[in-house]
Write a protein that binds this ligand. Structure first.
Ligand SMILES: Cc1cc2nc3c(=O)[nH]c(=O)nc-3n(C[C@H](O)[C@H](O)[C@H](O)COP(=O)(O)O)c2cc1C
Length: 180
């Protein structure tokens, strides 16, 4: 079955490690016949949630910025792939800001079911993404039709192009994309 796969790159480094892994995931997903789109947050205006909760009644956010279009795309996707650098052992602030802004979808009908997470960190330790996984799982638990289907750990990557010396991670992303 063809799926609509939305990939969200949250790093401010457009050609950094997490976005390069994301592109490989997309390549795999596209090659197996799915409809794909990547959104990069680096050039998007994403303000903080105001906490007004108007969205729980109107299903619309009161803030006029690029997030409106992003959450419309999220709503109609079957699969969402998040890519984030690890910042202080958590997801990036950019990713958390967008997660908070998905609040209109909490009260709405949404299609997405399968969530994937790509993380990159300088640290090589397997624990490096634990805070990020916990944070994302909190969002997934609230959107209770969704599950965390796969995690890609790009650890031991510091400079933007370090991923090019770790082809096995790019292959893993491609394969996961193919089987999405
Ligand atoms: C503000 C900031 C905080 C960071 N915090 C961590 C950290 O807690 N642990 C770690 O291993 N790497 C940390 N890093 C390094 C990045 O996670 C690493 O360079 C990663 O590969 C960046 O991914 P990107 O190229 O996709 O942006 C931090 C980098 C920045 C800029």
């Amino acid at each position: 079955m063809t799926k609509k796969v939305l990939l969200i790159g949250t790093s401010p480094r457009l050609n950094g490690n997490s976005n390069q892994i994301l592109k490989e995931f997309e390549k795999g997903a596209k090659e197996s016949g799915n409809e794909t789109e990547i959104i990069y947050l680096n050039d998007k205006k994403t303000n903080f949630c105001k906490g007004c909760l108007v969205c729980q009644k109107t299903l619309k956010c009161v803030i006029n910025d690029d997030v409106k279009e992003i959450i419309e795309k999220m709503k109609t996707s079957d699969v969402i792939v998040w890519a984030t650098p690890i910042y202080y052992y958590e997801m990036s602030g950019q990713m958390k800001t967008l997660i908070d802004r998905t609040n209109p979808l909490f009260a709405d009908k949404y299609n997405f079911r399968d969530i994937y997470l790509i993380m990159t960190a300088a640290d090589t330790g397997d624990y490096s993404g634990d805070g990020c996984i916990k944070g994302l799982q909190g969002w997934i638990d609230c959107f209770d039709k969704t599950t965390l289907k796969g995690i890609i750990k790009g650890f031991g990557l510091e400079n933007p192009n370090d991923i090019q010396n770790r082809k096995e991670i790019l292959i893993e992303a491609y394969e996961k994309g193919k089987n999405v």
